[in-house]
Design a protein around this ligand. Structure first.
Ligand code: NAP
Length: 433
């Protein structure tokens, strides 16, 4: 039996699902990995920080999957625009939505629509050269920047703002961002958390890196740290992370020009300014049953840039049920939306975990497909998709096109950098011909 499977989204969740399907059905399945961008790798290319190249090396594994028998990358195809989900369900035996969670969770406070207030998806997309955010206006002329959230995305954003251009030059950060950051006036970066150091979801390596920045010093108020004995209750990883915070609190103030202020126990309540963000108003909190409760005490953090790093939502797709409360597709325990339609990765379980957390997801979904689909409906699904898209004038890209584009990006890289990304869709498609 030749199973026809469409995976929507060429990020880690999509590739791990393809890998699991290849493992289960070998060359007897036809697997199309469809993405709205002409380029593969999703979050690895446009989400993982550009100065974390070792994490990006996982694309070698996805490349091997793409070269597997029966596997195709089909880029520049947006499901819901170029092809509908009902059409895919009619062509393929199973459709897996591995579309991630690209939309920023709204801050939902007065002033959050002022110029200068950005979601982390937009800011991260900007520095990573995502075509959708290449033209983003990032105000960097104010000395203050506020980053809301106590997760690793907040740390990534702070680190990119804090690093020197020389520190960034060897990364694959978008050239437009290096140019803008070179002129940046940001000197005080405030990482605002509504709870305390023990409740933060930073990880150890990311926290440790902040202690080794050329021109920036992290600052923690000793009074925000719980008594040291309480660290014993943390799991070992969190304990190491909190130890970094304790070290930051104990380090005398040096003469580095940039300060990364950890603002624990501060809840954002408003962004204020005259036609643009000029300050973030925060309320001091205390913990009650692990929850942040406002005390009524307000402070203003002067800043021209506010980046909300508070989580993401999956995009809706016409014809697919959506759970508004959870911000993703409703699935059963195996990632099934309904028989024939599945979700994996952040579209299945929300925006949490490391890249590798998506791997078991892929295997679970493939098990569900195996249980549901005992017989293929037959037909050559890739040929049917190609005919449908050609009839609509959609110009698709394939893995060989990506390999050419990849070689082009590598060839034009700054000295010491792995690549210089193309950031315009027109330029990418033009290069492909
Ligand atoms: P996260 O770890 O879930 O952190 C989100 C933060 O936003 C939390 O501190 C949360 O506070 C806060 N928050 C949520 N709603 C808020 C609100 N309305 N007001 C104020 N604060 C609010 O998410 P993330 O940083 O976006 O990261 C997503 C996933 O990607 C995580 O699993 C992360 O570890 C992973 N990631 C990993 C790396 C890496 O390994 N290098 C890099 C980036 C991301 P509460 O805790 O109080 O809810």
């Amino acid at each position: 039996m030749t199973l026809n499977i469409a995976i929507i989204g060429a990020g880690p969740a999509g590739y791990y699902t393809a890998e699991a399907a290849l493992k289960r059905w070998g060359g007897t399945a036809r697997i199309d990995i469809i993405d709205r961008l002409p380029t593969p790798y999703g979050l690895i290319r446009a989400g993982v920080a550009p100065d974390h190249q070792s994490i990006k090396a996982v694309t070698k594994r996805y490349e091997a999957t793409n070269l597997g028998a029966g596997v195709r990358f089909v880029g520049n195809v947006a499901v819901g625009r170029d092809v509908q989900i009902a059409e895919l369900l009619a062509i393929y035996d199973a459709v897996v939505l591995s579309v991630g969670a690209p939309h920023d969770k709204p801050l939902g406070i007065p002033g959050d629509d002022l110029p200068g207030v950005l979601g982390s998806g937009a800011f991260v997309g900007w520095y990573n050269g995502h075509p959708e955010f290449a033209g983003l206006q990032v105000p960097l002329s104010h000395h203050g920047a506020a980053i809301i959230g106590n997760g690793n995305v907040a740390i990534d954003c702070a680190r990119i703002l804090a690093k020197t251009c020389e520190e960034l030059e060897t990364s694959d950060i978008a050239q437009h961002s290096v140019d803008a950051l070179r002129r940046s006036a940001v000197r005080d970066i405030h990482i605002v958390g509504r709870r305390g150091p023990h409740q933060a979801s930073f990880t150890t390596k990311e926290m440790g890196e902040l202690g080794h920045l050329e021109r920036a010093q992290p600052l923690v108020k000793p009074g925000d740290l719980p008594p040291v004995e309480e660290d014993a209750a943390l799991d070992p990883g969190d304990r190491k992370t909190v130890t970094h915070l304790r070290n930051f609190a104990a380090t005398p103030r040096g003469d580095k020009p940039i300060t990364i202020h950890f603002e624990f126990f501060r809840r954002p309540v408003a962004v204020e300014g005259n036609g643009k963000a000029e300050r973030l108003i925060v309320e001091t909190t205390r913990l009650e049953d692990g929850k942040a409760v406002g005390t009524g005490e307000l402070h203003a953090i002067p800043c021209g840039l506010v980046i909300a790093c508070i989580g993401y939502r999956t995009a809706t797709i016409p014809g697919v049920p959506y759970d508004e409360g959870l911000g993703r597709f409703p699935v059963d325990g195996e990632g099934r939306i309904f028989k024939g339609l599945y979700a994996s990765g952040w579209a299945r379980r929300g925006p949490s975990g490391t890249i590798g957390t998506n791997r078991p997801d892929g295997f679970a979904v493939v098990d569900a497909i195996g249980a549901d689909v005992s017989e293929s409906r037959g037909g050559d699904a890739p040929a049917a998709l190609d005919a449908l898209l050609a009839g609509r004038g959609v110009k698709t890209t394939h893995f060989a096109n990506w390999q050419a584009l990849d070689a082009h990006e590598v060839s034009r890289a700054r000295p010491g950098a792995p690549r210089e990304k193309l950031v315009s869709l027109a330029e990418m498609l033009g290069l492909i011909g």
